[in-house]
Design a binder for this molecule. Structure first.
Ligand code: PBG
Length: 327
């Protein structure tokens, strides 16, 4: 049976019918809003390469979280930006109980906001050399770094974090962190693992925001080669075996096939990180008049969901929440 009996346009001609048969729906429930917290008071410092996003001090961060809650956002992901002068070669300020992230968690929780606080676990924002772990010569050592991520994760949870998200891509870190959390009776705290994290050029604005670009070399010894897909499935499988509750693919747009395959193969909750460079690309395109901002944002987020992501980490979370609230 085909044309003229079958006419796919019948289901497209009216908005009401289109709504009825729409396969993918965006919901504010699925957004995680990444936020940067820095030292100081009353700081709202614009991140130039991430137009519309800011570094917040703890006090203004709470205000921004309140705005997010008012928009219906359920979860934030915190990144700490410590002052440069306290960074050292192992990133010890990352597990200081009065570190920047630990204070931010306590402030958000103290404000009584109904908000899931997720923390990024990695050392690159805390080390003087900007690498994600312990460095010896020009190598990043795997096993000695694990213990440091455990300390960091434990200290976030002790400060009140609801979930931890290791983003370092060292081997074995999910299992190590799971064991460390269980050791402090935090077996109820989920781990969202950055399982398939690629060595991507799309992290530029983030590193600018955090001052976390490596002072020498790059991250290709631990982050994945953008050319590989089967390897992503092996990484995801390892993380699930080690106890990951949610697995993440990062970035999102150049990796929609990975999101799709991970969801198909494992059927676990899949998060996709629509990273800083992807956000900047949309914002700059809209600013240049190359596309309508509202439509670009919704199309990008819908595409990520359609590929198979259950959750989306996106700097567009508040803007998209506003748009969804309007429709
Ligand atoms: C590492 C980390 C990075 C991002 C999230 N966690 C940067 C990196 O691997 O260099 C990038 C996020 C983004 O670009 O939005 N702590």
């Amino acid at each position: 049976m085909s044309y003229p009996i079958i006419r796919p346009r019948r289901l497209r001609e009216s908005g009401l019918v289109r709504d009825l048969v729409r396969e993918t729906r965006l919901s504010v429930d699925d957004f995680i809003y990444p936020l940067f917290v820095c030292e100081g008071a009353q700081v709202v410092s614009p991140i130039l390469s991430l137009p519309g996003q800011n570094r917040y001090s703890v006090d203004t961060l709470v205000t921004e979280c309140r705005r997010a809650v008012d928009l219906g956002i359920k979860a934030v992901l915190l990144f700490g930006i410590p002052d440069d002068d306290i960074k050292d070669d192992v990133g010890s300020c990352a597990w200081d109980k009065d570190g920047i992230v630990q204070r931010a968690i306590r402030a958000i929780k103290g404000a009584g906001l109904d908000l899931l606080v997720i923390t990024d676990v990695c050392l690159c924002e805390y080390t003087s050399h900007g690498h994600c772990g312990v460095v010896q010569g020009d190598r990043i050592l795997n096993d000695p770094s694990l213990e440091l991520y455990c300390r960091q994760a434990v200290s976030h949870v002790e400060a009140g974090a609801d979930m931890v998200a290791p983003s370092d891509m060292m081997d074995g870190r999910v299992g190590a962190i799971r064991e460390a959390l269980d050791g402090i009776d935090a077996e109820h705290i989920p781990i969202m693992a950055y399982s398939a994290k690629y060595a991507s050029a799309f992290y530029g604005p983030f590193r600018d925001a955090c001052g976390s670009a490596p002072s020498f070399g790059d991250r290709r010894s631990h982050q994945m080669d953008p050319a590989n897909a089967d390897e992503a499935l092996r990484e995801v499988e390892l993380d699930i075996d080690e106890g990951a509750d949610i697995v993440m693919v990062k970035p999102a747009l150049a990796y929609l096939d990975i999101i799709h395959r991970v969801k198909q193969q494992f059927g676990v909750p899949v998060a996709a990180y629509n990273v800083s460079g992807e956000y900047a690309m949309v914002e700059l395109a809209a600013k240049a008049g190359a596309g309508d901002r509202e439509r670009l944002v919704l199309e990008v987020l819908t595409g990520i969901r359609r590929a198979g992501a259950d959750l989306i980490l996106t700097y567009h979370a508040p803007y998209a929440a506003e748009l969804l609230g309007r429709s």
